[in-house]
Design a protein. Structure first.
Length: 248
């Protein structure tokens, strides 16, 4: 089985280790079929993809692409490997194709097969990642908080609400986030809003005031002040820079 987190982190445990390992969106784990294992999501809203490959399926893949002996040699125990951007794109397509009609199921099957082959190739050519120890929970939790803020950047996110959502005290959430990122939660939230505003300025012709409203600022002037402080540029500067790039 290949287990790939898509949204959020999970605590992965199996019978070969005494403690769990935190598995986040940047890595996947391979577990042989006969090995007992379990996972527990860090928070509500977690999403993952599990691919089960039988011996017959692997034999068919070997008939098409060659021996998987080097892959099999690495899988005596659960092994962790990095997720590539191409794998992440295929994983997203697997979720997009989750509908009930026959055509969509067929497409999803082909995408899952392509993802499986990409995972096998990654296993063959790359080194195993060290399994995160329990102390890695802090890193996984920060990744969770950052992902949550990014997905909800346009909304007001009071610190108390974020801390409560992740089962933390306000003080612990503040200390841990600054320790791992060298910035406060509020600063990260602000930077995410500015980043999303910059994307809209580059990708659309929306008025600055509309862009500001869409990413959670009260007005265009408020966005301009914050963007200048964070990036040194105003919305006008961003669009002028884009125009020069297009011309060249």
């Amino acid at each position: 089985m290949l287990f790939l987190p898509r949204i959020g982190a999970v605590d992965f445990r199996d019978e070969t280790r005494k403690s769990g390992a935190w598995l986040s969106e940047d890595r996947f784990v391979v577990v042989r079929q006969s090995l007992a294992h379990q996972t527990a999501a860090a928070r509500i809203g977690n999403s993952h993809l599990a691919i089960y490959a039988s011996d017959d399926q692997l034999a068919r893949i070997e008939a098409r692409i060659g021996s998987l002996s080097r892959v099999r040699a690495k899988l005596d125990v659960p092994a962790f490997f990095a997720v590539t951007p191409e794998m992440r794109s295929l994983q997203s397509l697997c979720h997009v194709s989750e509908t009930d009609d026959m055509a969509s199921r067929a497409v999803q099957g082909h995408i899952a097969a392509a993802l499986l082959i990409k995972c096998l190739a990654q296993i063959e050519r790359s080194e195993q990642l060290s399994a995160a120890c329990p102390e890695g929970h802090g890193e996984a939790l920060i990744a969770e908080i950052k992902s949550f803020i990014t997905k909800n950047a346009t909304s007001d996110l009071p610190l108390d609400a974020i801390a409560e959502f992740f089962g933390l005290s306000r003080r612990h959430a503040t200390r841990l986030f600054r320790e791992k990122t060298s910035m406060s939660i509020a600063e990260f939230h602000e930077r995410e809003r500015v980043r999303q505003a910059r994307d809209l300025l580059v990708e659309t012709s929306l008025p600055v005031g509309e862009v500001a409203w869409r990413v959670g600022f009260e007005s265009g002037s408020s966005l301009a002040r914050t963007m200048r402080r964070v990036t040194g540029l105003t919305p006008t500067d961003v669009r002028k820079s884009m125009a020069r790039t297009v011309k060249t």
